[in-house]
Unconditional design. Structure first.
Length: 101
């Protein structure tokens, strides 16, 4: 459900307690993520997020296994929002991607 006003957006985000900052803090703590970039694509209502997550815990894991790890780590948060799109990289993969290779 999208918010119709800025006030409604703030109320939705406050009621779910899910913000880019709370998501990032949890990922840094529980997945030892060295880089987390979370974008709120919902216009500020806190219902649709896209994330880039860099963690050594993704090593030797398939994309599906990485997503499952992230989703289980954020189980309560993901349940409270409408859409969640993680992009998961190991530190080595992230360095290559940043370098344009």
């Amino acid at each position: 459900m999208s918010a119709r006003t800025d006030v409604e957006a703030e109320q939705n985000q406050a009621s779910s307690g899910v913000t880019p900052d709370t998501l990032g803090a949890t990922l840094r703590e529980k997945l030892e993520a060295s880089h987390v970039d979370i974008a709120d694509l919902s216009g500020g209502c806190g219902q649709m997020f896209e994330a880039i997550i860099v963690s050594p815990k993704f090593a030797k894991k398939t994309t599906l296994a990485r997503h499952r790890l992230v989703n289980s780590t954020l189980k309560d948060e993901v349940a409270a929002i409408h859409a969640w799109t993680p992009k998961c990289y190991t530190p080595e993969e992230w360095e290559k991607k940043k370098g344009g290779s």
